[in-house]
Design a protein around this ligand. Sequence first.
Ligand code: MG
Ligand code: MG
Length: 270
Amino acid sequence: MIATLNGIDIDLKTSAEIDAMHEAGLVVYEAHMAMRDAVRPGVSTAELDRIAETVIRDHGATPVFKGYPKKDSPDFPASITASINHELVHGIPSPDRILKEGDIISLDCGCTYNGYVGDSAYTWPVGEVAPAVMRLLEVTEGALYEAIRAAVLPNETKDVSLATADYVQRHGYSVAREYTGHGVGKEMHEEPQVPNWWPSGPKARRLNFVSVPLRPGMTIAIEPMVIAGRAELRELSDKWTVVTRDRSLCAHYEHTIAVTEGEPIILTRP
Ligand code: MG
Ligand code: MG
């Protein structure tokens, strides 16, 4: 059912649709767990992609990233994005990108199953990593759960954004401002947008940030992207991979959730 909230059309899902999205989310979860088990020094990001795609196709689901279009770029060629160390998002899997001891690897994966999409991301340590690096991963995951806790009535999307930003800043890191969480359902990217920060006062209007009230049946992907250094990004010449300009480490966690009358339901895990 489409609800128009603050001028934005949002597809609110029925409980049957939310169940269908959970099915899709569980396929994504299984793909992630298979990749997690395979992450180790010496494995290539192409191998992780193959593992995820196999899980997805074995379920009769479709990788939603593969062939994903982007203006002025080639379509995305793989089923996951695999971003190493200072790569934040959208890294292209390759047989030449081999994980090393002490790296971190951000893996984002989505699939369509019975017409509905699940979308989630994790950052894993490769072998043993420094305690400061582990802390970055823990804070990023913590920001995700803090944001999910804020996804309750009568909050608005802005409250979810601010919960993320406040948590990250309190722990001494920055959020990526250019990439946002989003509605998800029949498509990977639906309304509303759920940024990881929120500009204050009139700036929000100037930047076209629109906060919408949360409603039961709203399904959104919440995805904090956290940077240990300065929050300045650039895109590599492959037209996809996004990296931090100062080459500082960054991490990315994501779950697809459903807003309810009570606690949110996390759809991309059991
Ligand atoms: Mg994602
Ligand atoms: Mg997403």
